[in-house]
Design a protein around this ligand. Sequence first.
Ligand code: GLU
Length: 383
Amino acid sequence: MEDLQKLRRKHVCSARRIVVKVGTNMLAAAGPPYGGLDDKRVGAIAEQVASLVKGGRQVALVTSGAIGCGMSELRMRNRPVALPLSQAVASVGQGVLMACYERHFRRHGLHAAQVLLTHEDFDNRERYLNASNTLHALFDLPCVPVINENDTISTEEIKFGDNDRLAALVTHLIRAELLILLTSVAGLYLERPRGGSPGKIVEVVERVDQDIEKLAYEGTSLSGVGGMRSKIEAARVATEAGEGALIADGRDPVILRKIMAGELVGTLFLPRAGRLKSYKRWIRFTSRPRGSLQVDAGARTALVERGKSLLPSGIKGVEGDFKRGDVVRIKGPKGEEFARGLSNYAGEEVQRIRGCQTSQIEEILGYSYYDEVVHRDNLTLLE
Ligand code: GLU
């Protein structure tokens, strides 16, 4: 492996567009019983982000903390469990959170531009492109997009799950070269830190595999969600599309400066292979699959080794009630998912034409839009 310093220069210092994710734990002020926002920490983040922007970089901030802030405003001791209540609490907290960012960014001649997103904005291709255009327009102003999930209207089905995932998807949305996940630990520990001993940090991860996933210990807090597992998963989503990711300690008030100067802080996840095209990323990571197609061994080989499209003849089974244009999983004979793509036919249409020759489509359905069920241009392999 190249030396660590060189890797930092190549994958971190050179990044021009960056996503920085800040977790609830980092923003919560200590002190009983209703901490509120740690104003100093928000100030430190704003100052560092502003200096990156002044240095010519584009930075999008993904921030949690709306529910935590709302809890403190409303004097609540426990994180609300019921969805409508947590949505209501988030709507109280989001304004307070933004006001704090705006106050700090203003000092540096910048504005904090609120962007609230739901998973539906990512699923729908048109909304996705709109959101991307808006973020690029904000960079040009220049402003700092301050992004959170639109908690107030996100129901269980359309939730991202956590802001680590949201941050990884924003990395794809704007094609950032680096995702920095700031948290309240120094990085990914080789073993769980125990009383007093600082523990050893993994300096660089070449590939997120099972050994790396095992290092995640579940840690969530009173007001946040996620934990190390969701950070590793976010790093996987970024690196598999060819971008770098870093998990580092956001409690350090100059952490971003250190990171961008190439200091060996936190855990660096190296990009895997080349940068994936924007459209293929959307198919592979962003849009949620609505069904699946099981194919035979011959079709699997044609897709994986010969770069072919998926024809009806190779399809053995269909699951899900998907529409034309939806993303579907493509599974091999053993049920293993190996690709994703946009289906040219709805689920019930594929049911009727599976196993048939292309020339029979029209006879069976009474029409034939395409010869392929999934065209190569709309397909991405997972390995
Ligand atoms: N959107 C939530 C909030 O602002 C946080 C989600 C998360 O921490 O991952 O409170």
